[in-house]
Design a protein. Sequence first.
Length: 223
Amino acid sequence: MAETKRTIAVIGGTGALGGGLARRWAKAGHKVIIGSREAGKAQEAAEALKGEIGGDIVGMDNGAAAAAAEIVALTVPFSNQRPMLEVIKDGVQGKILIDATVPLVPPKVGRVQLPEEDSAAVRAQAFVGEGVKVVAAFQNIGAEHLNSDHHIECDVLVSGDDIDARDVVVGLVEDAGLKGWHAGPLANSSAAEALTSVLITINRRYKIIGSGIKITGTPGEAA
């Protein structure tokens, strides 16, 4: 269980990735607010998840969820990132915004297609402003793993310009049952975002369900 209990809003929490993160964070002891365009849909999802695993879980519309939370996680498709940021911009001021957006452009989702801002997370930071600590994470984890109870053999690259905010998110990654790594400034999020298309291609070629990444080496070995 997490030592520090957070109130986390999962924007897009009725989707596969958002639902999986909500599930794992609630099981770790955090208060989770599931956000959706419709408050009723969010509440239904929250009640269903609470009935399954227990925990402190509520549902609200996305704007209200962002305003009520301490930390906000954005888990929507790339095409919905900007519209959703417009909805939650006021509510995320002064907070950590975890952006899991991957710039996939159908139908060629197996091809790297980064935005002109270099990454979706950098684009998010520019839009919400300096009052928000944007941290990029969870781009390379299959939602099907998060929505199960099995141990996940996958690491998460965590990038952001504020080191303390990154440290908080690394902790939340571990609360979700994964290994988190500080991966440098927000500009480095382009590497994790691009890697998603590579993993999609690997999944297709080798018929893998949700391939991921692992960082080799032992911390502290270097002189």
